[in-house]
Design a protein around this ligand. Structure first.
Ligand code: DX5
Ligand code: ZN
Length: 229
């Protein structure tokens, strides 16, 4: 097993693919099946051509589980809404790189709200300007798809991008979790983990699996087996 990697690869359930009419039940179903956290895509119809979850969803679902809640702010101006999360028990806020006017300031504001800091990169974003900030982050989210919709196919080049991020994050004091979001499924999970991803964010593949617990178990088993080799 690669050092630093937990025995079971963490899986975060992206609620964008859940049944919106039964979100509380979906959260409980995913927890019972073994996910480690929940991923809330918040979309404003400007940064991405879609509208999705809002802070109130996170607030209202809090009573259904104690697992961590991560809000992925796919919004044109995340700084405007950060304070909305003060009263809500979000465990992590993930902001998109190309929405930040002053990354240091935004990361500090998020941390001052006792919330972990995540940074999301689009498929076209490179690391040259971003790596400087890795030490400020708890999680780097590499989008495998152009943001806005679930159920898309992962863009090429992700394995190389993950491996590069893992190597750049090597000497940091705080462990940087490298998460992949978009297009993750049972066919690519092992390759993503072998490349260096240590969190898989899954929507469509997870919520559409006929047996979620079996699906999670089999991904974890294949990942653990491949990393033991
Ligand atoms: C894309 C979102 C993803 C999305 C992933 O804008 O950030 O979290 O829900 O969905 P799947 O797993 O269906 O590709
Ligand atoms: Zn997301």
């Amino acid at each position: 097993m690669r050092s630093g990697l937990p025995d079971m690869i963490p899986i975060s359930a992206s609620l964008l693919a859940a049944d919106y009419a039964r979100l509380g039940e979906e959260v409980r179903r995913a927890e019972a099946a073994g996910v480690d956290s929940f991923h809330f895509d918040m979309m404003d119809g400007h940064y991405v051509p879609n509208l999705a979850l809002a802070p109130d969803h996170l607030k209202m679902l809090r009573c259904h589980t104690k697992l961590p809640f991560c809000a992925h702010l796919e919004l044109e101006n995340p700084d405007e809404v950060l304070s909305r999360f003060k009263e809500i028990q979000a465990d992590m806020l993930i902001v998109q790189w190309n929405t930040l006017a002053n990354p240091t300031h935004t990361f500090a504001r998020i941390r001052s709200q006792n919330t972990k800091v995540g940074l999301g990169l689009n498929p076209d974003d490179t690391f040259d300007k971003v790596e400087h900030y890795f030490g400020d982050l708890d999680l780097l989210l590499l989008l495998g798809v152009y943001p806005g919709f679930g159920g898309q196919v992962m863009q090429p080049g992700m394995l190389e991008k993950i491996a590069r991020a893992r190597s750049l994050a090597g000497g940091l004091e705080r462990h940087l979790t490298i998460a992949v979001d978009g297009g993750v499924n049972s066919g690519n999970a092992v390759l993503l983990a072998e490349a260096g991803a240590d969190c898989l964010i899954m929507g469509t593949a997870l919520f559409q699996s006929p047996d979620m617990a079996q699906f999670i178990g089999s991904i974890r088993e294949s990942v653990a087996e491949s990393l033991r080799r």
